[in-house]
Design a protein around this ligand. Structure first.
Ligand SMILES: Nc1nc2c(c(=O)[nH]1)N[C@H]1C(S)=C(S)[C@@H](COP(=O)(O)O)O[C@H]1N2
Ligand SMILES: [Mo]
Length: 239
């Protein structure tokens, strides 16, 4: 782990364009989700819909899948990065081949997936990006079951894409043919269709480098309000 004295804007060596080493991983996200918490934090289960012959739910089948451990860096679009975090979970490609493919309705080609979370968060990803070797349905972070802060009980991890694609508190996946079936809501404002870190695809309508600085200005206040909300939530639930 990085020493906290390394947390300076200058420490960008070896990181993708515009990112800096934050040294730790805060609970983080868009303002809208600050005070939203998952109702289910312990049972990893997934509702599957879309181009399937009929909708179904996965729980034990998912947990019975071979698991993989992977160390990767994590990059938030607001420019903070954290290095060498260890995720454990099921590789998305294996999950798709074994649990989804056999249930697909072959009349409709499937190219994308809409992910929905317990806090109302929603994203769309292409199978092309999801089939990258490092994309996981993760249940553990640094050797421990996911905490509420980091996505309990199940999250997506896509290290080559900005953090906003690595959805926490995952509850369902809808497999669709093309992106036109996806209604973004106000995320459409900022969600880049791919969000690849190496290409600096931070936002849809403006070049990535242009939003580095305004994005960076949101880090501290977001981290504070997210931490405070979690503290309040935990003290309420233990009262
Ligand atoms: N369900 C959900 N997933 C989410 C978010 C969120 O608010 N809700 N925020 C995203 C953003 S912007 C980032 S940077 C990462 C942060 O992950 P962390 O809170 O585990 O650090 O989660 C992403 N996934
Ligand atoms: Mo983010």
């Amino acid at each position: 782990m990085t020493n906290s004295s390394d947390v300076t804007l200058g420490n960008q060596s070896g990181l993708p364009p515009g990112q800096f080493d934050y040294g730790s991983m805060p609970r983080f996200g868009l303002p809208k989700y600050t005070n939203r918490f998952p109702a289910n934090t312990t049972d990893a289960r997934l509702a599957i819909s879309g181009n399937v012959t009929s909708n179904f739910e996965l729980a034990s089948e998912l947990l019975a899948m071979p698991r993989t451990t992977q160390v990767s860096d994590f990059h938030c679009v607001t420019t903070w990065s954290v290095r060498n975090i260890e995720w454990q979970g099921v590789r998305f490609k294996d999950f798709y081949d074994q649990l989804i493919q056999p249930k697909l309705n072959s009349e409709n080609p499937t190219g994308f997936a809409i992910f929905r979370a317990q806090d109302g968060y929603k994203i769309c990803l292409s199978l092309e990006d999801l089939f990258s070797d490092d994309v996981l349905l993760a249940t553990h972070l640094n050797g421990e079951a996911l905490s509420i802060a980091h996505g309990a009980p199940l999250r997506l991890v896509a290290p080559k894409l900005y953090g906003y694609k690595s959805m926490k508190h995952l509850k369902s996946i809808e497999f669709i043919s093309d992106r036109s079936a996806y209604k973004q809501g106000w995320m459409g404002f900022i969600e880049h269709p791919r969000g690849r870190v190496a290409q600096e695809e931070r936002a849809k309508y403006v070049p990535g480098w242009l939003v580095r600085y305004p994005n960076r200005m949101m880090i501290k206040s977001t981290e504070r309000s997210y931490a405070k909300a979690l503290e309040d939530h935990l003290s309420k639930s233990s009262a």
